[in-house]
Design a protein around this ligand. Structure first.
Ligand SMILES: [Zn+2]
Length: 520
């Protein structure tokens, strides 16, 4: 349940009226009385004298206590080091995560800096940041590549006092930290972050990309694009390349660079991005990102985070394994074999050649399935190989990029034979690291009068589960009705320790388990 502050509701309705006829590339709009309301880059009025100055902290979502709890969780990862860059007005640490494959040895790593929650009410900017942290701490190929090449400094809550006090836009001294980057004396939060930026820029691995995470009442996801009048034509092109790159991973989700244009009449000096532009010019891609502030389409933080991180890596020229194959399975059924595979992400994927080997022959291409090109969505594919004689078949996929480069999947073995009994085969390879294949057979069901009611066309309900040595379930690989056939399930254990595991097949009255060894 979310308690909505009554005063806030009133203010929200008024703002909605103001925004009804907004020109999206402008920072100004008109209300019903033709009075001009000037909006900041987050879509909120610059003159906030009519705005409410307090929101119930629970209305703003993710609290300071939630951050403290998450810091304990993040601290458990070997890829994270946590410390503070300084203190807020009220003495709260400004926590910063350092993420890299070895956060205590950053030699040669390329640097990205991300900070969120300058405006406490703009929690969505944090939720995207949180998803970026999840991606960076995962064991995906992408995360491994990113950590091997880069260090990510992430400040999830730059204005903790504002979050605790329920100030929608300001710190404990009632100052908007976002737009007072060039006001002296500095607020302690601004002074700390500026010192951090200065120190990193003077290091052997200066910041190359700086992201300032917000969310906008304009109900759109966008980067604040800095016009060449306030930067340079070369920098404007770099910005366009960066923003277009991010958008290619989330088509339709993030607005084009033309959506919100600022600095058309020169560099406005009050923002963190201005500090980077004035001091370091084209060497740093310093941008504000705006997520959707509490509107009907708010969400998809994971897709957004994925797009931004892939865009950052592309911008920095760090190549990541283009197509992540998530699973590849085969099922034999009535002298035919059904191959199914799934990709987690795809980049420039032309498609898959299906290659088969039978008996002593070499691999031959028997078909082609077109890929999705570039997508961050999970995609499922299948291919049916028909009219097979009994025997053992081997399959692999040759994934081919548009530029001709290719990569083979792991091999899968399928037995075409008459199906009389349930079987659960020993996994292969075994021991394994990190992938192995488990095969089992579901026989043709012989119908009798008594079992007719249960033996429907769906076949048997089959459950295949993996347990650790203490009997704790690790994962359910299969839990569905399956028709007669021989099945192969590829299984990858990225996050588990070396040791003995068991897999158990349950289908009707049939129960069988076997042992396997993960050796890292
Ligand atoms: Zn903001």
């Amino acid at each position: 349940m979310i308690k909505i502050n009554y005063h806030f509701l009133i203010s929200l309705i008024i703002i909605t009226l103001f925004f009804a006829d907004i020109n999206l590339s402008q920072t100004q709009t008109k209300n019903n009385n033709d009075k001009v309301i000037e909006l900041d880059k987050c879509g909120f009025p610059i003159d906030d004298s009519n705005e409410i100055l307090y929101l119930s902290p629970e209305y703003m979502g993710y609290s300071y206590d939630s951050l403290l709890a998450d810091l304990e969780l993040w601290r458990m990862s070997e890829y994270v080091k946590i410390d503070s860059i300084g203190l807020s007005v009220q003495g709260r640490p400004l926590w910063q995560l350092t993420i890299s494959d070895d956060p205590n040895n950053l030699e040669g790593k390329r640097t990205i800096h991300i900070h969120a929650r300058t405006h406490p009410q703009e929690t969505e900017g944090f939720y995207v940041t949180d998803e970026m942290i999840k991606i960076l701490l995962s064991e995906s190929e992408f995360a491994q590549t990113a950590r091997a090449n880069c260090v990510f400094y992430i400040i999830p809550m730059f204005n903790p006092d504002g979050v605790v006090l329920g100030y929608p836009r300001k710190n404990a001294n009632n100052v908007d930290l976002e737009s007072n980057w060039n006001t002296f004396p500095h607020q302690p939060e601004v002074a700390a972050l500026k010192a951090q930026f200065t120190q990193l820029m003077a290091s052997p691995n200066p910041i190359e990309v700086m992201l300032n995470m917000h969310s906008s009442s304009l109900c759109a996801r966008y980067f604040v694009y800095h016009h060449e009048n306030g930067t340079s034509s070369n920098y404007a092109q770099l910005e366009q390349g960066f923003i277009n790159g991010v958008r290619s991973y989330f088509p339709g989700g993030i607005e084009p660079y033309t959506y919100f244009v600022s600095w058309a009449s020169g560099t406005a000096l009050q923002y963190p991005e201005s500090w980077f532009w004035v001091n370091h010019g084209e060497s740093v891609m310093a941008l504000t990102y705006e997520d959707m502030y509490q509107c009907s389409q708010t969400g998809k933080f994971d897709s957004t985070a994925n797009a931004i991180l892939h865009g950052v890596m592309d911008y920095m020229g760090i190549s990541v394994v283009p197509v992540e194959l998530y699973s590849f399975t085969a099922q034999a059924h009535d002298q035919k074999i059904i191959l199914k595979w799934t990709t987690a992400t795809e980049l420039n994927n032309n498609g898959f050649e299906i290659q088969r080997r039978f008996a002593e022959s070499d691999f031959a291409t028997i078909g082609f399935v077109r890929g999705k090109g570039t997508t961050t969505n999970k995609t499922e594919y299948s291919y049916i190989d028909k009219d097979l004689t009994d025997g053992k078949y081997y399959y692999r996929l040759k994934q081919i990029d548009f530029n001709g480069t290719y990569e083979y999947s792991s091999l899968i073995e399928v037995d075409v034979r008459s199906l009389d009994n349930y079987t659960l085969e020993q996994n292969y390879p075994n021991p394994f690291n990190p992938s192995t294949i488990i095969s089992f057979t579901i026989p043709n069901v012989t119908l009798s009068a008594s079992s007719l009611a249960e033996s429907r066309d769906e076949g048997s309900r089959v459950q295949l589960r993996v347990y650790d040595i203490l009997g704790n379930e690790v994962v359910t690989l299969v839990d569905e009705y399956k028709s007669a056939g021989m099945y192969n399930v590829e299984f990858t254990m990225h996050n588990l320790a070396s040791g003995i595991y068991f897999y158990k097949l349950q289908a009707g009255d049939y129960v069988e388990s076997r042992k396997m060894v993960l050796l890292k």
